[in-house]
Design a protein around this ligand. Structure first.
Ligand code: SF4
Length: 202
C-alpha cells in the first residue's frame, strides 16, 4: 500500500512528543472514543492522499530546515493505515530520526496483527489506549487520560521524557489563518483565553 491518507502535517512542533518533532496527523479513525478532541479525523474523506515516500521526504526536510529529532504519528488512528506508515517510519528511522506513534488500540492487540509488525518495529515510543473522557490525565505530558500507556519499544527514550511539560502551540500564518496543536487541561485553556474574553467584553 503506497498511499497514505493525511489530515495535516506540521513541520516543526515542540508540543507533540519529546524534543522538536514533525507531526503527521492521519485521516480516518475506526476507534471513535467518545469525547475525542479530533472528531474531524474520524472519516476517511477529506484527507490528502499522498505516497508515503512524499511524506517521508517532508519529514526529512523538516530535519534539514528545523532540526527536528523525529516524527510523531497521530490521528486519526495510525494503525488504520499501518502499511504506508510502517514504510514511512522505517525510512525516516534509517536516517537517524526517532518515531513516536499514538494509537487508540492496545499494544497486545496490535501485536496479533501481522499488518502492524513493521510500524511497531519502527516505533521508538508508542502511546496506546483509547481516550477516556471521564478519566482525565492530571500530569503526564501529551496524553489525555490516565489509562493511556507509554511503551519504550527501543532504547531511544526512557521515562525521563515524562518530566516534559504539556505545551499548547498557536501558529498564526501570514494569511491570518490560525492553527492550534498540543495538549492543555481545560483549566490551562481557560487561563489562556481569559484575557481575550476580558478584552472582547470591554
Ligand atoms: S483513537 Fe484518537 S483520534 Fe481516534 S477517537 Fe480515540 S482519541 Fe480520537
Amino acid at each position: 500500500m503506497e498511499l497514505l491518507n493525511v489530515h495535516r502535517i506540521v513541520d516543526v512542533t515542540a508540543a507533540e512528543g519529546p524534543g522538536l518533532r514533525c507531526a503527521v496527523w492521519t485521516q480516518g479513525c475506526t476507534v471513535r472514543c467518545p469525547g475525542c478532541f479530533n472528531p474531524q479525523t474520524w472519516t476517511t474523506r477529506g484527507g490528502t492522499l499522498m505516497p508515503w515516500r512524499e511524506a517521508a521526504d517532508r519529514v526529512l526536510r523538516a530535519r534539514a530546515e528545523h532540526g527536528v529529532e523525529g516524527v510523531t504519528l497521530l490521528g486519526g488512528e495510525p494503525f488504520d493505515q499501518p502499511e504506508p506508515l510502517g514504510a514511512l517510519a522505517t525510512a525516516v528511522r534509517a536516517e537517524g530520526l526517532s518515531v513516536m506513534t499514538f494509537t487508540g488500540h492496545l499494544l497486545e492487540d496490535l501485536r496479533q496483527r501481522p499488518d502492524c509488525a513493521e510500524l511497531l518495529a519502527s516505533t521508538d515510543l508508542l502511546v496506546d489506549g483509547p481516550y477516556l473522557a471521564d478519566q482525565p490525565e492530571p500530569s503526564r505530558p501529551w496524553v489525555g487520560s490516565v489509562n493511556q500507556r507509554f511503551h519504550f519499544l527501543s532504547g531511544r527514550y526512557d521515562r525521563s521524557i515524562l518530566d516534559a511539560p504539556n505545551r499548547l502551540e498557536l501558529t498564526i500564518a501570514p494569511d491570518g489563518s490560525v492553527d492550534l496543536n498540543g495538549f492543555a487541561t481545560t483549566e490551562a485553556l481557560e487561563a489562556l483565553l481569559a484575557p481575550v474574553r476580558e478584552r472582547n467584553n470591554r
